[in-house]
Ligand binder design. Structure first.
Ligand code: 5AD
Ligand code: SF4
Length: 435
């Protein structure tokens, strides 16, 4: 019998890329390929790339160059670059790195089984679609508790710094029927948590069904213990959505609300469509309808033209909101975007200094928010082992905080009430609550 062929996938960037890699893995598994964690063993290596900032971009390219040497021992090895950098750089990639065999953009993955079966080389497919392209394909999931479900793709917002509309194309939403079918299949396989994904998840619209209608439909599916979603655009976080979240216990009370900047002037230059004041109103609305809801954010420092006074406005919004957590970035010019034509005039040292300041502030706020939970009982879904100590289990609260359980009396997949006893960094410690 022939030895089964093995595939290895390495994924960079956002959760959408993680979910796409699971869809690709599903196709390869159905074509009888086997997953491996060792690139040295693989017959097919795929690198799913991210172009949102220069850092991830560079890392993926250097990994691909490392994999080149594996071709010496295995001349049949196929090396594919997929994802957003593939979409952006297209033919140039193979011109500059002829050892890469195929380049596929995010809407071209259905071609993978055919390419690998026929050992095709020099394939470039970066056609973007106006409709959902992966309907009906069941992913091969990596997690045991959480199932990613992509409900929409693409973005029409064109924030001036962001490359996503160019690499992922226009917004399109998947049919309700196919979303429900995939969720039912995930529940039948034992998944308890569903995370809905989309570049602008709450811009979902399929015929008359809007995001809050879809949330309601999913919350009523039997066996769905928890629903999360990411990433929403603040402009689409409306009262209807918040009310559905309030009315269903199985919709997690956590909203990722990307601020980007606290300066109304910078926000206008970023084409973000809201002012500082309006952002604070969004937060008030969330806190009013969903008291205790976790709010996290994304912040960019050093956008073109950001003055010290603009930056102070960002710090001021952080102080007003006290986010539970934040992803913070230095502005990085991206090709094709409107901001790339503006002068990148904040010096690198200043960007680094501003980044340090937001990180330091966020640390204090995270601590403050986490400390306020000491002594409370949180419902936690156990989803893995602690990396530092395999005897400790980890899980997440409803508001998406990581909890480390010191004792070992819980199994992965258990839903338990945990008494929060302490905090460290972004995590909480706790013990099983015995009333
Ligand atoms: N530079 C820095 N950060 C960026 N992001 C997106 N584009 C850029 C860029 N050009 C950040 C935003 C976004 C997150 C996913 O990545 O904060 O919300
Ligand atoms: Fe990028 Fe803005 Fe679209 Fe988010 S909403 S993907 S930041 S263009």
């Amino acid at each position: 019998m022939m030895k089964p062929q093995k595939y290895y996938i390495e994924t960079y960037g956002c959760q959408m890329n993680e979910a796409d890699s699971e869809i690709v893995a599903g196709m390869l598994e159905r074509a009888t390929y086997q997953a491996t964690r060792e690139p040295e063993e693989a017959d097919i290596i795929l690198v799913n790339t991210c172009s949102v900032r220069q850092g991830a971009d560079n890392r993926a390219l250097s990994r691909l160059s490392q994999f080149k040497s594996l071709k010496k021992n295995n001349p049949n090895l196929l090396l594919g670059m997929i994802g957003c950098v593939a979409q952006r750089d297209r033919g140039k990639i193979i011109e500059e790195r002829p050892f890469i065999d195929f380049v596929l953009g995010p809407d071209a993955y259905r071609r993978i089984p055919e390419i690998v079966a026929n050992k095709k080389r020099q394939v470039i497919d970066v056609q973007l679609s106006r409709t959902e392209v992966y309907d009906g394909l069941m992913p091969f999931r990596n997690s045991v508790v959480n199932a990613w479900i992509s409900i929409m793709r693409g973005c029409n917002k064109f924030c001036s710094y962001c490359i996503v509309p160019y690499t992922r194309g226009r917004e399109r939403s998947r049919s309700v029927a196919s979303i429900v079918e995939e969720i039912n299949a995930a529940i039948a396989e034992g998944y308890q948590e569903i995370t809905l994904l989309g570049q602008n998840v709450n811009s979902y619209r399929y015929n008359d069904i809007r995001f809050h209608d879809l949330l309601k439909i999913i919350a009523e599916i039997k066996g769905v213990r928890r629903i999360r979603f990411t990433s929403p655009h603040p402009e689409d976080v409306n009262t209807e959505m918040l009310e559905v979240m309030r009315d269903y216990d199985n919709i997690c009370k956590h909203i990722h609300l990307p601020l980007q900047s606290g300066s109304t002037k910078v926000l206008a230059d970023m084409n973000r469509s809201y002012s500082k004041e309006r952002y604070l109103e969004f937060v008030d609305n969330i806190r009013h309808i969903l008291p205790g809801c976790g709010i996290t954010t994304d912040i960019i420092v050093g956008f073109p033209g950001e003055t010290e006074a603009d930056f102070q406005e960002t710090l001021c919004v952080m102080d007003k909101v006290v986010f539970d957590n934040a992803y913070m970035f230095k502005y990085s010019p991206r090709p094709y975007t409107a901001a790339a034509k503006m002068k990148d005039d904040v010096p690198e040292a200043e960007k680094a200094e501003r980044l340090n300041q937001v990180i330091a502030k966020q640390k204090i706020h995270t601590k403050q928010r986490n400390r306020s939970l000491i002594g409370t009982v949180q419902s936690v879904l156990i989803d893995g082992h602690s990396k530092k100590n395999p005897n400790e289990k980890i899980g997440r609260t409803d508001s998406n905080k990581l909890v480390i359980l010191k004792e070992d009396h819980a199994d992965i997949g258990d839903f338990i009430d945990i008494l929060i006893t302490g905090t460290a960094g972004v995590s909480l410690f706790g013990k099983i609550n015995k009333p």
